[in-house]
Design a protein around this ligand. Structure first.
Ligand code: FES
Ligand code: FES
Length: 210
């Protein structure tokens, strides 16, 4: 299940109440917000992007990102994270969003040869950097050796943590092609798996290096 999508749906105006309506319901005026700033705030929220990022604030800017070897142009608001832009605007939903605070590793991508949490990087700060996501690992429709090893060794259950795990493992293998189990454990320490697939993940990565 794509937990992030489910979470975002809860915030969607389609659920019956817009954010403007919600704020009005809370009685923003009654807590002392002056009329003019309140109007500005409501106008700003009303222009906030829909979950698929199609409506953009007037402060949005056009940027170019280099993702999986391809230069792509996107219109983003300065507050958008790299994870949001990859998923919502580029359709690269392999990058998952779990905690959105740099704790779970679900959003791990490789930037300039090192793993980063895409939820902690603003898209505008990713300009000029080389981004690799899970979608970039296959070649000519064929999964990479590492991805195949995850399948062969049952290195996943629900799969939510898997893209992040694989990107951390890829980063390790790029630098250390034949890692020990302990080295794999260390490299994936920032990737949480709530299904507890760790032993199989470690097996898969070690086998991929053999
Ligand atoms: S979603 Fe980025 S670290 Fe959890
Ligand atoms: S396989 Fe389910 S969270 Fe890791």
């Amino acid at each position: 299940m794509d937990h992030a999508k489910e979470d975002k749906k809860m915030d969607s105006p389609e659920k019956g109440m817009s954010r403007r309506g919600f704020l009005k319901g809370l009685g923003v005026t009654s807590v002392g917000v002056a009329t003019a700033p309140k109007a500005e705030l409501l106008a700003k929220l009303e222009n906030a992007p829909s979950p698929n990022g199609k409506l953009l604030d007037k402060d949005s800017v056009s940027i170019s990102l280099l993702v999986n070897g391809q230069k792509v142009k996107v219109q983003v608001e300065p507050r958008f994270t790299l994870a949001e832009v990859l998923r919502d605007q580029l359709g690269l939903t392999g990058t998952k969003i779990g905690c959105e605070r740099g704790s779970c590793g679900a959003c791990t991508v490789i930037m300039d040869g090192n793993t980063v949490n895409a939820c902690m990087i603003l898209a505008i700060d990713a300009v000029g950097h080389k981004i690799e996501t899970i979608e970039g690992l296959e070649s000519n429709g064929e999964l990479s050796k590492l991805q195949k090893s995850f399948i062969e060794h049952d290195g996943l259950q629900c799969g939510f943590c898997t893209p992040g795990m694989i990107m951390s493992a890829k980063d390790l293998l790029d630098k250390n092609p034949h890692p020990t189990r302990e080295e794999v454990q260390e490299a994936t320490a920032g990737n949480l798996c709530r299904c507890g697939s760790y032993p199989k993940v470690f097996e898969a990565v070690v086998a991929s290096g053999k």
